[in-house]
Design a protein around this ligand. Structure first.
Ligand code: HEM
Length: 54
């Protein structure tokens, strides 16, 4: 949980997919991910993965 910067891309994509499928409990992310198609989810995750690598 928490900071996305520097997280592996696949982990972030996985979290977004879990929110989309409803397999991960959410208050708002389940609604936010409806706005991203698969290509956008990958692009967003790749961007976060590149930030402030830990
Ligand atoms: C590009 C936009 C966004 C992306 C890529 C994103 C991504 C994520 C990810 C990957 C998690 C899981 C975090 C973890 O495992 O540590 C998460 C959780 C969460 N995010 Fe976002 N987020 C975005 C925008 C937002 C916005 C705009 C809000 C609030 C206005 C928000 C509120 C939350 C909350 C409350 C959680 C906990 C799960 C839930 O209750 O829905 N996120 N987000």
């Amino acid at each position: 949980m928490g900071v996305l910067a520097g997280r592996p891309e696949a982990e972030i994509v996985g979290a977004l997919e879990a929110f989309r499928l409803g397999s991960r409990p959410a208050t708002i992310m389940n609604r936010i991910v409806k706005g991203f198609d698969a290509q956008e989810s990958h692009a967003i995750a790749a961007w976060f993965a590149e930030q402030g690598k830990r």
